[in-house]
Design a protein around this ligand. Structure first.
Ligand SMILES: [Zn+2]
Length: 249
């Protein structure tokens, strides 16, 4: 997952002022690939040393601490702002006003973006695509809601986004995804797995609340291929040790 464009934009500006031609940029291939993220920048220390890193393999053995989790209260009332190719993913930014409430705390939906193949796994099963809906509370804390996609029928929302997605890193384009389309993108049954984790991209900051829907959406093979064609390569961080964490469901 990623911080909102605004927050990460500030980091980019700061880091590019000091960056020389020799600096390796983070990515998913070569010297910038995930196993090197921790060494690319001192700010990325958690990528290497963190104990609550994402993504994870959600397995039955770690779901021992089961209890009835309270439903996430979705209140999505705004539409899309634009679609951005930030060089690492395709991201749809959302106009302000949409929120979720969980842990008696309100988090605002900032953006959603995609990883192919999936980052989180269920019982070691990887999926062709995963969407991350990134929410931020007023105090800056983050909550990510993840949707996993199985191969099947093409997804109408993805069709709309893919049609408009820029093919150049750094480019943005207008896209009109309606409030209704965003709500229909979510599974009807909103039961979920929950765990503590991190950003799955540098700086891999921890303290992120993760909610992965148990019910999958579908994506067509062609839609996954279209996404990978624009990205040029898979954009998933490998799974991380679960350590002492427990997954709740
Ligand atoms: Zn993500």
């Amino acid at each position: 997952m990623k911080l909102s464009k605004i927050v990460i934009g500030t980091l980019f500006i700061a880091s590019s002022i000091f960056a020389s031609e020799q600096v390796t940029r983070w990515g998913y291939t070569g010297h910038g690939s995930p196993e090197h993220w921790g060494e690319l920048d001192t700010q990325n220390v958690m990528c290497k040393l963190g104990h609550n890193q994402s993504p994870i393999n959600i397995t039955r053995d770690v779901e021992v601490d089961t209890k009835n989790l309270e439903p996430i209260n979705f209140h999505y009332v705004s539409e899309s702002l634009n679609v951005v190719d930030n060089g690492h993913t395709i991201q749809v930014n959302i106009k302000e006003g949409s929120t979720i409430e969980v842990d008696k705390k309100v988090f605002e939906l900032k953006q959603f973006h995609f990883h192919a193949p999936s980052e989180n796994e269920i019982d070691s099963k990887q999926f062709p695509l995963e969407a991350h809906l990134v929410h931020m509370a007023k105090d800056g804390s983050l909550a990510v809601v993840a949707i996993l996609f199985e191969e099947g029928k093409e997804n109408p929302l993805l069709n709309k986004v893919w049609e408009k997605m820029p093919h150049d890193a750094g480019a943005e384009a207008p896209v009109s995804v309606t409030t209704q389309e965003i709500n229909e993108f979510l599974p009807k049954d909103k039961s979920y797995y929950r765990f503590d984790g991190s950003l799955t991209t540098p700086p891999c900051s921890e303290g992120v609340r993760w909610f992965v829907f148990k019910h999958y959406d579908t994506v067509s093979k062609e839609q996954v291929e279209q996404f990978l064609h624009v990205m040029h390569h898979p954009n998933n961080r490998p799974i991380q040790d679960i350590g002492a964490r427990k997954v709740l469901d």
